[in-house]
Design a protein around this ligand. Structure first.
Ligand SMILES: Cc1cc2nc3c(=O)[nH]c(=O)nc-3n(C[C@H](O)[C@H](O)[C@H](O)COP(=O)(O)OP(=O)(O)OC[C@H]3O[C@@H](n4cnc5c(N)ncnc54)[C@H](O)[C@@H]3O)c2cc1C
Ligand code: FES
Length: 287
């Protein structure tokens, strides 16, 4: 983990309300693992504003600006405007300064089995799946991405997955892009076709709970990336804890999302307590 005081290379709106920020980050790519995250704060944000957590979307390298200079390594985040911090971020430009702490947390465990690799993303939950897809493909696996959103505006960066060689299946709740309906319906069909599968998912909590129920039913291993509210990102404030399997008042089993996650094996979590009985959210966080 390193604290970068660095600059933005570009910051573009890629779909209504969704932005993509490229940040100069020498040495970051070699340290980052799929599923890890960063804590970010614009320099001009109020000194009282906490850093905000964002998944690492991708990393890369640009040619040097001038001969003799090193290539410019960068990392990218994709973000959705939901409040004050992300609004401020969307107003930043190339050259503006940001503080970036990372890479942080525990990412996906990659198993080199022959089982089908199914990646399930809901909206901005697609973010941590790109580095994962890249790594799985580098290891010779065939990867399928099931991507869901409310409308076509919530379907992001699918062509970039396709360029990697990922088979993609898009669904939207309103049918404005791809198949109409929830991404979990596509998952059910794929699991019927590939009973030997491993599922990796990130998205809103109700979607993750539905994915967990389906994978449990099919006895398929599942890893989920949680987006709990976070204040420090480094295990100091305990603001991000979720309840783990077997948790009780007598035998507490709290898991710290920023240190022990954000990626968990589904069987580590107490799903009944992570998702509320009303079916909405939210102890661990969702959008
Ligand atoms: C590990 C991790 C990875 C994340 N990756 C991404 C990502 O790649 N792209 C992205 O857009 N967002 C991501 N998030 C969520 C992102 O951190 C929040 O959207 C952001 O902090 C909101 O800041 P804000 O100041 O704009 O909103 P605030 O003013 O802080 O909040 C605005 C509204 O958003 C809700 N909110 C804030 N944080 C969260 C959260 N973590 N989960 C659910 N609701 C929240 C608040 O309850 C409130 O209703 C991630 C979160 C975590 C923990
Ligand atoms: S965010 Fe502070 S302990 Fe996890």
């Amino acid at each position: 983990m390193k604290n970068y005081e660095t600059i933005i290379l570009n910051n573009l709106e890629i779909s209504p309300g969704y932005w993509r920020m490229r940040i100069l980050a020498p040495g970051f790519a070699a340290a980052a693992a799929p599923g890890q995250f960063v804590m970010l704060r614009p320099e001009q944000a109020l000194p009282t504003m906490l850093r905000r957590p964002f998944g690492i979307f991708r990393t890369g390298c640009l040619p040097p600006e001038c001969a003799g200079l090193p290539p410019r390594e960068y990392m990218e985040i994709l973000y959705k405007i939901v409040g004050q911090g992300t609004k401020i971020m969307s107003e930043l430009h190339a050259g503006d300064r940001v503080e970036l702490l990372g890479p942080l947390g525990r990412g996906f465990a990659i198993n080199d089995t022959d089982c089908a690799k199914l990646l399930v993303g809901g909206g901005i939950g697609l973010v941590p799946l790109f580095l994962l897809a890249e790594e799985l493909i580098r290891r010779g696996h065939r990867v399928r991405l099931l991507m869901g959103g409310r409308t076509r505006d919530d379907i992001l960066a699918v062509t970039e997955f396709e360029r990697l060689g990922v088979e993609t299946y898009v669904s939207t709740d309103d049918g404005s892009l791809g198949e109409e309906g929830f991404v979990t319906r596509v998952l059910e069909r794929k699991l019927a076709k590939y009973p030997c599968a491993e599922v990796y998912a990130c998205g809103p909590m109700p979607m993750l709970a539905a994915v967990e129920a389906i994978c449990g039913e099919c006895n398929v291993p599942l890893q989920v990336s949680l987006e709990s509210h976070m204040a420090c990102g480094v295990g100091a404030c305990l603001g991000c804890v979720v309840k783990g399997t077997g948790h009780s008042d007598q035998r507490p089993n709290y898991l710290c999302t920023c240190k022990e996650g954000p990626v968990f094996s589904a069987d580590q979590l107490d799903w009944g307590r992570v998702v509320n009985p009303g079916g909405g959210c939210l102890e661990g966080g969702c959008r």
